[in-house]
Ligand binder design. Sequence first.
Ligand code: CAA
Ligand code: FAD
Length: 384
Amino acid sequence: LNMMGLNLSLTEEHLAVQQAARDFAQTELLPGVIERDESQHFPDELVRKMGELGFLGMMVSPTYGGGGMDTVSYVLAMEELSKVDASASVMVSVNNSLVCYGLEAFGTEEQKQKYLVPLASGKTIGAFALSEPEAGSDATSQHTSAVDMGDYYLLNGTKNWITNGGRAGIYLVIAQTNPEKGHKGINCLIVEKGMEGFQIGKKENKLGIRGSDTHSLMFTDVKVPKENRIGADGFGFKFAMSTLNGGRIGIAAQALGIASGAYELSLQYSKERKAFGKAISEHQATQFKLAEMATNIEAARLLCFNAALDKDNHRDYVKSAAMAKLFASKVAMDTTVEAVQIHGGYGFVKEFHVERMMRDAKITQIYEGTSEIQKIVIAREILK
Ligand code: CAA
Ligand code: FAD
């Protein structure tokens, strides 16, 4: 694959990761995916298997029990898992990009030993808590407070929409310590499930990614030891933004996978379904839909690899990650809507998967920064 003057040849290792993710998705994720969507329940057993296969700590250094893989491998795995089950892949994305990456890049050696090691192996799973009932896109206006009490922080407030909220053992919680300093007063604290005063709120009943658990979190006078702060005092907002840059590559790859999964099903179905004496794939209207899907997916894939290569080669990836997420999430939405159309009435029922993919696609335009926020990020980068 030749792009932007760079020659990206997938290595044996890349191909092996891609194949492992494809096999896992087909044999383990596909069988129960419709039921998980309906019941909104994701069995612990499947999470354990994802951990055993190394999907939950793919990019973490082997020193801390991770797979030591690059971002290109991560994109390949995310695409394959998302082709089948976007609820499984969001767990993989949050654990890898937001939680493990954040701890590995900015945590102390003690924090890495205590928290990163179990997270990288999937022994426990992590959550990233930035959003609040009244602060989503406008992430600097944090209402959750972390008051400095000397050797601990007193944490109070509510977080909303937290992925892995019920399942996680370790939470990275963003909170305001010094309101007078604005975003430079914000800290990120590592909070453990079971700390006194930490309550997990109700599970949301959602349009899509219904197998993924999304909860609110409530903190009432939770005493978080000082040593659980990540980075220097006031580093929390920069921490959140830095981890989200990589997270956006993961979600872009998730969107890419949802799109390519829906496209593959549509391609196959269009060759089998007959109308007016021939396969619907022989009608030009269907061919044009397939041609457009394939072209958009290819473009989305190149943007994902472009962002992954920027990250792997230590170039700035703020803009390329935002572009990949903005574009791939639109491709996921457009492709899945057309996939339902190609399937006709069958597309509207659960057994054919594409209606779920259409519902799942929507979230990729909302979380880890809405499409409007990605445009703000891109515009700032190109105008600065
Ligand atoms: N990378 C690094 N630093 C960044 C950054 C980025 N992408 N974006 C902003 N910053 C830095 C700025 O440089 C600035 O720091 P300095 O003052 O030191 O220069 C600081 O952050 C504040 O930035 P702004 O002045 O630009 O702040 P703003 O309020 O005008 O806008 C924003 C910031 C880009 C809109 C930001 O609030 C944002 O990204 N919002 C979206 C929040 C989001 O993505 N939430 C996702 C939650 S997690 C999730 O959703 C997980 C999941 O679903 C699975
Ligand atoms: P708002 O910020 O209120 O936005 C509403 C609308 O206004 C959007 O269309 C937005 O684009 C637009 N808008 C806002 N500001 C501007 C502007 N300046 N210019 C133009 N348009 C603007 N958060 C976490 O911290 N951790 C998680 O694990 C997590 N998981 C999630 C899982 C799910 C299923 C969902 C639904 C959300 C999750 N989120 C998580 C929260 C998610 O990141 C936010 O919902 C998202 O950032 C948008 O914030 P909001 O919902 O408050 O919308």
